[in-house]
Unconditional design. Structure first.
Length: 115
């Protein structure tokens, strides 16, 4: 039987977090940031549309307002895409945990850390 070299450190609890779980957590964090950015853009666009006089909304200002609205839509779309990715990562994590439990039951070994 081979032994682990003494020089290898014991794995810490945070090291045991699966990469897919780290990806899910980061995805949720980015999604929330995008949702906040989208809300802020919407408030900015609404304020500009309401408070700029009609005669000031032409040329560069008109294009800038249109571009802000387009960016707001892109941010909202990105947040929706990240929500879908988060759901897929959660499903994959649940499937991995199910398979780990099945393997543990079949081999009599303890299941991995809860995810």
């Amino acid at each position: 039987m081979t032994q682990m070299p003494a020089a290898l450190p014991q794995r810490k609890a945070q090291d045991k977090i699966q990469p897919i779980e780290q990806a899910r957590a980061k995805t949720e964090e980015v999604q929330q940031e995008l949702e906040v950015a989208s809300a802020e853009l919407h408030l900015t666009n609404t304020a500009l549309e309401q408070h700029l006089p009609d005669d000031a909304v032409h040329g560069d200002v008109e294009r800038a307002l249109a571009q802000n609205v387009a960016v707001e839509g892109k941010v909202q779309d990105a947040a929706k895409d990240l929500e879908a990715v988060t759901t897929l990562l959660e499903q994959e994590t649940a499937e991995r945990e199910r398979l780990e439990r099945e393997l543990a039951a079949a081999t009599g070994a303890p299941a991995g850390p809860p995810g």
